[in-house]
Design a protein around this ligand. Structure first.
Ligand SMILES: C[S@@+](CC[C@H](N)C(=O)[O-])C[C@H]1O[C@@H](n2cnc3c(N)ncnc32)[C@H](O)[C@@H]1O
Length: 330
């Protein structure tokens, strides 16, 4: 018997591990910043008696929220909101804030959204509440900007020749998903390994959805609205996301106050308590059932103090934010 699941509906990753972290914090509100198909929210509502506020920038997932809304009338609310704006949520008793980053399998498998290199049509890639689509990025950005996006968000070794070929190609024809795949494959002709388009598509998705700025602002604003004692838990799916989350928790869970804004004689503070240095990863049996969980990493930390300025965090990743702030040149 084949134990691999059918991924028509998104299969929640590291669900039991996540629930075991947040369940001791019963009573109050949990915020599920990435509702998706509602796997986390549903499990929390079933197993813990807390209220759940769920957010998602993709309004199409609202269809998954109606069932929970009917079943758990007073305990559940859904908002179509980007998690960078989590500070718009007014609740005095937040106990946990959860992020399960990236895309749901429902979004990837919807070929009209152009998130996957298997899509046939227009390059779209918008998750929801976006300012522009991928179509505009490939047709309007300079070669230099495309190069930076591919290099820094995709770690693509062939960022330069691919960006050059895109700019040449679009002089005569419009680029769609299929032609982008052909351009990439023509440059990475004899290279083996995973799908040749994976890195470029990842880079474009990050840029179109401003995922780095979303994550950085989401984490900072989550800290701001979380009362002391609450937990922030984040599941990441690629090394760039994990690097940001790891830095955020590590930098502020150790005593080393280097902020120039700190008054003289102020005692150094730890703003988070991390009980685990290493991330939690899926078991081999979870990976067997759901192979796309293999790159997932779960990190979490408890808030210890108010007043963190996150100066080092922001300055450490400013080079990535600056790339996300690049705009069209053509
Ligand atoms: C991996 S899925 C979450 C799956 C969910 N945990 C479940 O069990 O069904 C990620 C979801 O987060 C949403 N998302 C990604 N970035 C977001 C952001 N900046 N703000 C709000 N939602 C976001 C996506 O639209 C997607 O639905």
């Amino acid at each position: 018997m084949n134990a691999t699941i059918n991924l028509e509906k998104h299969f929640p990753v590291l669900l039991n591990e996540l629930v075991s972290i947040i369940s001791p914090l019963y009573g109050g509100t949990f915020i599920d910043c990435t509702f998706g198909a509602g796997g986390y929210s549903e499990k929390i509502l079933e197993e813990i008696s807390n209220n759940v506020i769920a957010l998602d920038r993709d309004n199409s997932v609202k269809r998954f929220s109606t069932k929970l809304q009917t079943k758990y009338k007073k305990r559940f609310k859904f908002y179509n909101l980007k998690f960078s704006n989590i500070d718009q949520i007014k609740d005095e008793n937040i106990k946990a804030i959860i992020f399960d980053l990236g895309y749901s399998s429902n979004q990837i498998s919807d070929l009209n959204r152009g998130l996957s290199f298997k899509s046939k049509g227009k390059l779209d890639m918008r998750m929801g509440l976006n300012d522009f689509s991928c179509d505009e990025v490939v047709s309007k950005m300079s070669q230099q900007s495309l190069y930076k996006i591919f290099k820094f968000f995709g770690d693509e070794k062939y960022a330069k020749p691919i960006s050059k070929k895109i700019v040449k190609y679009r002089e005569s024809k419009k680029i769609n998903t299929q032609s982008l795949v052909e351009i990439i494959e023509s440059i990475k002709k004899n290279k083996g390994g995973k799908n040749k388009s994976t890195k470029i598509f990842q880079a474009l998705r990050i840029f179109v959805n401003r995922e780095i700025s979303q994550l950085i602002n989401g984490l900072i604003n989550a800290y701001t609205i979380l009362p002391i004692g609450g937990v922030i838990a984040v599941v990441t799916f690629h090394s760039l996301e994990d690097k940001i989350v790891k830095f955020f928790f590590k930098e502020y869970s150790e005593i080393k106050n280097s902020s120039r804004y700190l008054p003289k004689n102020a005692s150094p503070k730890k703003y988070f308590n991390t009980t685990k240095k290493k991330p939690i990863v899926p078991t081999s049996s979870e990976i067997k059932i759901n192979p796309s969980s293999r790159s997932a990493k779960l990190r979490f930390a408890y808030k210890l103090e108010n007043g963190c300025d996150f100066e080092n965090f922001i300055s450490n990743f400013n080079y990535l934010i600056n790339i996300e702030n690049l705009r069209f040149d053509v």
